[in-house]
Design a protein around this ligand. Structure first.
Ligand SMILES: C[S@@+](CC[C@H](N)C(=O)[O-])C[C@H]1O[C@@H](n2cnc3c(N)ncnc32)[C@H](O)[C@@H]1O
Ligand SMILES: [Zn+2]
Length: 293
C-alpha cells in the first residue's frame, strides 16, 4: 500500500517529507499537494516526461498477458534469487525500489521472498502503475521519470531493481544504503532470435553489456552475472504479446505485425535470453571528490 512507502518519499518540489490524512491528497509541510489516483498510485510528476518513453495501454496489456502466461517464470525466479542474495548482504532493513517497474510482477515476487520489506514501484506509465499499485500488499506505486532526481530519501533502499528499464546510476547510488545492491536485467544477444528476421524486430546490441558496465562503474562495483536461456513454445497470440510489450512495438506497423506473425509455424519455438547482473553500491562515487581539504 502507498501508506507503507510514504515515509521514504520526498516532495519533488522542496525536498520535505510527505504525509497524508485519511484518503486525501499527499502533502508536504510547505503545502505542495499531489493526487492519489483512484487505482491507488501516487502522481509526483510535475510537467510532462520526455515523449515516447512511457509504455502505452496496449504495451502494458501485452506485458500483463504475456507475464501471466508463465513463460517468463524462470526469469522471475532468477530475479527473486538474486534479489534476496543482494538484500541479505546489505546492511539494515531497507526497501526495494523497482525502477521502470511496469506491472510490478517482478517486484511482487521479490517482496514475497522478503517478509517484512516494503517495495516502491516507480514508472512513468500510468497504465503500468494501475497494475503495479495492486502488485503486492507491501508495495506502493509512484509516477516518476527516471531521468529526474528521484522523490526518494537518501540511503533508504537495500536494493534497486531494474528490469529492461532505463538506468540512472547516480540516483540509484543516492537512494541505496552503502553496500546496497543493484540488480539489472537486460536482454542478451540472441534474445527472441527466431522472431528477429521474420518479424523485423530490433536486435540487441552486442556491446550493450560493455556500455552498461561503463555507465555504472563510477557508482557500483560489479558482482557476478547469471546468463539465463529460456526455451519457449508460443502460440501466435503469445508472439504478438511478447513483441507488443517490447521496444519493437514502437517500430513495427501494427497492421503489418499480424500479417508477419501468420507466416510463422504455430506453435513456434522461441528462445529468450537474459543477463541478470549484480552490482554493489560503492561507499562513494569516486567522482568529483575534493582531496586534501
Ligand atoms: C520494458 S518495460 C519493463 C517493465 C518491468 N520492469 C518488467 O520487466 O515487466 C520498461 C518500463 O520502463 C518504463 N519507463 C520508460 N521510460 C521511463 C522513464 N523515463 N522513467 C520511468 N519509467 C520509464 C516504461 O513505462 C515501462 O513500464
Ligand atoms: Zn514541498
Amino acid at each position: 500500500m502507498l501508506d507503507d512507502v510514504l515515509g521514504l518519499l520526498r516532495c519533488p518540489v522542496c525536498g520535505e517529507g510527505l504525509g497524508r490524512s485519511a484518503a486525501g491528497p499527499v502533502r508536504c509541510a510547505a503545502g505542495h499537494s499531489f493526487d492519489v489516483a483512484r487505482q491507488g498510485y501516487l502522481n509526483l510528476l510535475t510537467g510532462a516526461p520526455a515523449p515516447g518513453t512511457a509504455d502505452t495501454a496496449a504495451m502494458v496489456a501485452a506485458r500483463e498477458g504475456f507475464l501471466a502466461s508463465g513463460h517468463y517464470a524462470p526469469l522471475t525466479q532468477a530475479i527473486t534469487t538474486a534479489a534476496t542474495e543482494l538484500v541479505h548482504a546489505a546492511p539494515g532493513n531497507g526497501c526495494v525500489v523497482d525502477v521502470g517497474a511496469g506491472t510490478g510482477r517482478h517486484l511482487g515476487a521479490v517482496l514475497d521472498a522478503l517478509p517484512g520489506r516494503v517495495g516502491l514501484a516507480l514508472d512513468v506509465s500510468k497504465y503500468a502503475l494501475r497494475r503495479a499499485a495492486r502488485a503486492h500488499p507491501r508495495a506502493g506505486a509512484v509516477v516518476w521519470d527516471v531521468w529526474r532526481p528521484f522523490p526518494v530519501a537518501d540511503g533508504v533502499a537495500s536494493l534497486v531493481l531494474d528490469v529492461f528499464s532505463p538506468r540512472n546510476a547516480a540516483e540509484f547510488h543516492r537512494v541505496l544504503v552503502p553496500g546496497g545492491g543493484l540488480l539489472v536485467v537486460t536482454p542478451a544477444p540472441g534474445h527472441l532470435r527466431e522472431l528477429a528476421a521474420p518479424l523485423g524486430l530490433l536486435t540487441v546490441d552486442e556491446r550493450k553489456d560493455e556500455r552498461l558496465g561503463q555507465a555504472l562503474g563510477t557508482w557500483f562495483r560489479a558482482g557476478y552475472r547469471t546468463d539465463l536461456t529460456v526455451p519457449m513454445l508460443l502460440t501466435h497470440e503469445q508472439v504478438a504479446a511478447v513483441v507488443g510489450m517490447g521496444p519493437s512495438a514502437r517500430h513495427i506497423d501494427p497492421a503489418e505485425l499480424p500479417v508477419r506473425i501468420a507466416t510463422l509455424p504455430s506453435p513456434v519455438e522461441v528462445t529468450a535470453t537474459f543477463h541478470v547482473s549484480r552490482y554493489i553500491r560503492r561507499a562513494d562515487s569516486g567522482a568529483g571528490e575534493s582531496v586534501g581539504e
